[in-house]
Design a binder for this molecule. Sequence first.
Ligand SMILES: Nc1ncnc2c1ncn2[C@@H]1O[C@H](COP(=O)(O)OP(=O)(O)O)[C@@H](O)[C@H]1O
Ligand SMILES: [Mg+2]
Length: 221
Amino acid sequence: MSSGPILEMKGVSMSYGQRTLFKDFTLDLHRNEIIGISGESGSGKSTLLRIAVDLVTPTEGEIVFQGKDVKDWNPQELRKCIILVPQEASMFPGTVRDNLLWGLKIHDQDASDEELEAIMEEVNLSGEYLDRVAENLSGGEKQRIAIARALLLEPCGLLLDEPTSALDEKSTLAVEKTVKGLLESRDIGVLVVTHNREQAERFTDRVIEVTTGEEVYYNAD
Ligand SMILES: Nc1ncnc2c1ncn2[C@@H]1O[C@H](COP(=O)(O)OP(=O)(O)O)[C@@H](O)[C@H]1O
Ligand SMILES: [Mg+2]
């Protein structure tokens, strides 16, 4: 397996009309690391993640995934290997099982109940959840189901857009524990949007500010 970065963003600039969100943003994401993206509301953090999976084309710059420009990837294949979990982890009508299988169906794949239970265990939820109505789950549970749905596709990159911004502290810690565990059990890299400094300190390896492209250092005290 290649030891190079899974995702490279090189000199990426993004403008909407006259408004420049960020300029010359550069980042390398490796396996087994969690990089935080910080920035004020409206600064372009979500846009940056959408650019990374080629849902939005930047004004300038290059996005290379596993050594190949994203424009040269088959879009379906790309979005199986690097998955964006949006801020609102949307659940569809039906059970958790239906929701997990939905992600696979898009890619003409299926999974047994045993496989689904194993994935649930990875996100620290019991197999009993498979028969529950997904829309009735708590925010933290939905977020973990959205992550489980992504994991079934065996990605090597996960992009989490403010995964805990709507959650209480207990659920926040549960989601963080789940994602940390994934880095040990799977060879993946994670980009996570957070503007919570305490979360960034305990959860990420380093944080990059979207507007400046600078690494943000936090004093331990
Ligand atoms: N398709 C679009 N056309 C024009 N402006 C957009 C579009 N998408 C996002 N924006 C603007 O870009 C800015 C950054 O949005 P976003 O990436 O969602 O910021 P953040 O996630 O940091 O809050 C916002 O002001 C938003 O209104
Ligand atoms: Mg956003």
